[in-house]
Design a protein around this ligand. Structure first.
Ligand code: GDP
Ligand code: MG
Length: 447
């Protein structure tokens, strides 16, 4: 009896929906967590409102408490905010995302407040680029602090990259210009400009940086932000972004105690991508930005996230088992097809999925992933243009229905025919398999 009761409760819970009270209670905790992580309070407010809208009335996954379900949406929404997309709306990829000039030298300009980690980053980038087979040059454009030039020379020595440091009697703009010229003459293909910072943003600093930008026309301007900046990060980032053509952010000192709320604040307010993160003082402590990792860190609810993952895996397994039963019984219909596609989509973009397979990533590096993704989107559009009855019984779909579906999905009738044929073939194959005859040339399936 106990087992029966448990099952009944599990079923009940599976069909439970999130109520406004559930959502509000959980989001109160989330609000606290975000503020503690130093996410800007306006960003928090906005974010909470978005999650609330998304979560209300959603089904609660089996095995999860309502609060956990809300956290799941919070986590997803946070990853979406942190990830962002490029100018064409595609998700940012894993490659080191720096703009390179078609005609060398590429000019990378680093800017940010004093102590943010510009000089350290300059060394890390130089080391990274050298590994990629490039010939970088470090340019000492920080003439503000007496020891800054010397510091860059030390860094350059560590990573064995030349440093342009002929600075006596020159302005930062002159140094930057001459460094680019020097690179041209010596066939160095990337110039990294290490600029001066201040304790706070001020007029003189911005004018100096604007002049360097105007004179050297950098291919990429990176704003370096200390992860511990906290609430002020939004103001700093906005001021730099308004004054300069910032291409993206680098968040440093992510190895420290700070939860990194600055990341989500600047991402939400300024809208430019976070490209890299600094995770230590050493010259190889540089990483591509991982939105999932940062989201988990900001949220700081590792246990809950693990729990959610487990619940999701259980649901996937259950769905997969049901799907298999249907496949074998030859009862597979377009509803199942659609939910199979949804399941695949939840795993992420196809490209990333395939990259996870050992040995496949490199072989498929020239594949245009937009083709299969478009194809999947088209199939989904077609199925969504069918009525529920049509999805359950595809044999109903006659000529006039085909025409209607085609119009609804914005495709040709021919494409509908194609899909229906493929689907019919698939079903026939499944029936053959489940009747024990098996596929020609294949051993019969057990069970
Ligand atoms: P700049 O004034 O912007 O040029 O900053 P620096 O590059 O001189 O860095 C200031 C301090 O932060 C130095 O002590 C660096 O070693 C340290 N630092 C820079 N990046 C990181 C990082 O990613 N992690 C840690 N833990 N320290 C860093
Ligand atoms: Mg410096």
């Amino acid at each position: 009896l106990a087992e029966k009761l448990q099952n009944a409760f599990a079923k009940l819970r599976g069909n439970q929906k999130l109520t406004e009270a559930d959502v509000d209670a959980a989001l109160r905790e989330v609000r606290m967590a975000l503020l503690e992580a130093d996410v800007n309070f306006k960003v928090v407010k906005n974010f909470i409102a978005r999650v609330k809208e998304r979560a209300m009335g959603e089904n609660i996954l089996e095995g999860l408490q309502p609060a956990h379900m809300v956290i799941k949406f919070v986590h997803e929404e946070m990853i979406a905010t942190l990830s962002g997309t490029d100018a064409e709306g595609k998700p940012l990829t894993e490659a080191i995302p720096l703009a390179m000039a078609s005609k060398p030298p590429t000019v990378l300009m680093l800017c940010g407040l004093q102590g943010a980690g510009k000089t350290t980053l300059a060394g890390k980038l130089a080391a990274h680029l050298k590994k990629l087979g490039r010939q970088p040059l470090l340019a000492a454009c920080d003439l503000q602090r007496p020891a800054a030039v010397k510091q860059l020379e030390v860094v350059g020595g560590q990573v064995k990259v030349p440093v342009f440091s002929q600075t006596t009697g020159k302005t930062p703009v002159q140094v930057a210009t001459e460094a680019v010229e020097f690179a041209k003459q010596n066939r160095l293909d990337v110039v990294i400009l290490d600029t001066a910072g201040r304790l706070h943003v001020d007029e003189a600093l911005m004018e100096e940086l604007q002049a360097i930008q105007a004179q050297t026309q950098p291919d990429e301007i990176l704003l370096v932000l200390d992860a511990m900046t906290g609430q002020d990060a939004v103001n700093v980032a906005t001021q730099f972004n308004d004054a300069l053509s910032v291409g993206g952010f680098v968040l440093t000192k992510v190895d420290g105690d700070a939860r990194g709320g600055a990341a989500i604040s600047v991402r939400a307010v300024v809208g430019k991508p976070i490209k890299l993160v600094g995770i230590g003082e050493k010259m190889d402590a540089l990483e591509v930005f991982h939105p999932e990792r940062m989201a988990s860190r900001i949220l700081g609810m590792g246990d809950v996230l693990t729990l959610i993952e487990k619940a999701e895996a259980a649901v996937d397994e259950k769905q997969a088992a049901e799907m298999e039963k249907k496949l074998r019984g030859g009862k597979f219909d377009f509803e199942d097809f659609l939910s199979m596609q949804q399941q695949m989509k939840r795993l992420g973009p196809l490209e990333q999925l395939f990259k996870l397979l050992p040995g496949v990533g490199t072989q498929l590096k020239d594949v245009d992933w937009s083709v299969p993704e478009k194809e999947m989107a088209k199939v989904e559009a077609i199925i969504r243009s069918m009525t529920a009855k049509e999805r359950r019984s595809p044999e109903l779909i006659n000529g006039s229905r085909r025409k209607r579906i085609a119009t609804g999905a914005g495709v040709s009738v021919q494409e509908i025919n194609q899909l229906l044929n493929q689907f019919e073939q698939m079903r026939r194959m499944m029936r053959a398999m489940s009747s024990g005859k098996g596929m020609p040339g294949m051993p019969p399936m057990p069970g």
